[in-house]
Write a protein that binds this ligand. Structure first.
Ligand SMILES: C[S@@+](CC[C@H](N)C(=O)[O-])C[C@H]1O[C@@H](n2cnc3c(N)ncnc32)[C@H](O)[C@@H]1O
Length: 279
């Protein structure tokens, strides 16, 4: 039986904040600002309680002692933001449909093959949104390959399962897409197999070499670069460029760009957004 412990909610000491900050950086590349104590406490206190530890400082001691690999994983998971939604920031999907994909489809009409990568896929909504868009554009007979990757095994398990809460399908998913591509499972919605089978999910750390990935026609790498430092961003952009076909496109998040990070990508305004084209 576990010994009784009383969890304290006293603030974490400065030395342990530094330790956790370095720890999260080493494991994920995510940079925590020096004033994110509240965030760290809110996210890690549940782990402290579930692990029957006395405090956040006790959690740091456990991490320092390297004893418990699942605990290490849970800490990184807890410090990662997985926020996503179907057809997030709709502009890139509109631009794909009206401007980017039509010439690409024409170009590939003999091979009928297109390759896509959702490079920080979270629970899968981005990759499945793309799948729905491609089906809507009449590409069901094509060889469509969509890869979804993420650092987190836990979130990828959700992505593979493709089962979403009502509140998740209420955010961004048009009603006709819901009826066509999902079915009811109790209170949830399950992606139908025809869509689920279009996407393959695997674990991948964006800080690793991408030499074995691709080449892709289009890469989504959205709302993840914001968490990294400049050197990490530069390295990832360079690797992403190498994973694209010449002329392939990178799509970044609304608040992200290649400015001052990578001069090789060509900035291509498309509809209400911007794509980044590899040379
Ligand atoms: C905010 S979500 C973005 C999801 C989706 N791209 C979107 O824009 O809606 C960021 C995702 O990046 C993942 N991530 C964080 N660090 C990573 C790393 N070093 N390698 C790969 N994925 C990472 C997180 O696990 C999380 O699921």
């Amino acid at each position: 039986m576990m010994p009784e412990t009383t969890t304290t909610t006293s603030p974490i000491c400065a030395e342990n904040y530094r330790f956790l900050k370095e720890y999260v950086y080493r494991e994920s590349g995510i940079v925590l600002d020096d004033d994110k104590h509240y965030l760290l406490e809110a996210r890690l206190l549940p782990i402290v309680q579930q692990s029957h530890l006395a405090s956040l400082d006790a959690l740091c001691t456990a991490l320092r002692n390297h004893g418990d690999p699942p605990l290490h994983k849970r800490v990184v998971e807890a410090m990662t933001t997985h926020e996503t939604l179907f057809f997030r920031d709709i502009a890139p999907f509109d631009a794909l449909k009206t401007e980017i994909l039509p010439p690409l489809i024409e170009q590939r009409k003999t091979t009928r093959k297109l390759t896509f990568w959702s490079a920080a896929a979270s629970s899968g909504q981005e990759a499945y949104s793309l799948g729905m868009l491609l089906l809507e554009m009449g590409l069901s007979g094509w060889n469509i390959q969509i890869l979804g990757t993420d650092l987190s095994d836990q979130i990828l398990a959700r992505a593979r399962e493709g089962r979403y809460l009502q509140i998740e399908v209420n955010r961004g998913l048009p009603a006709n897409y819901l009826l066509k591509h999902f079915e009811r499972r109790g209170l949830d919605w399950q992606i139908k197999d025809h869509l689920r089978n279009m996407v393959r999910f695997e674990q991948f750390d964006l800080r690793k070499s991408m030499r074995t990935k691709g080449p892709f026609d289009i890469i989504f790498c959205r709302n993840v670069l914001i968490y990294f430092d400049v050197e990490t961003k530069k390295k990832i952009l360079q690797e992403l460029r190498g994973a694209l076909f010449p002329g392939g496109y990178l799509i970044l998040g609304g608040s992200e760009s290649t400015l001052n990070l990578d001069n090789e990508f060509r900035r291509v305004p498309a509809g209400r957004t911007v794509f980044y084209q590899a040379p």
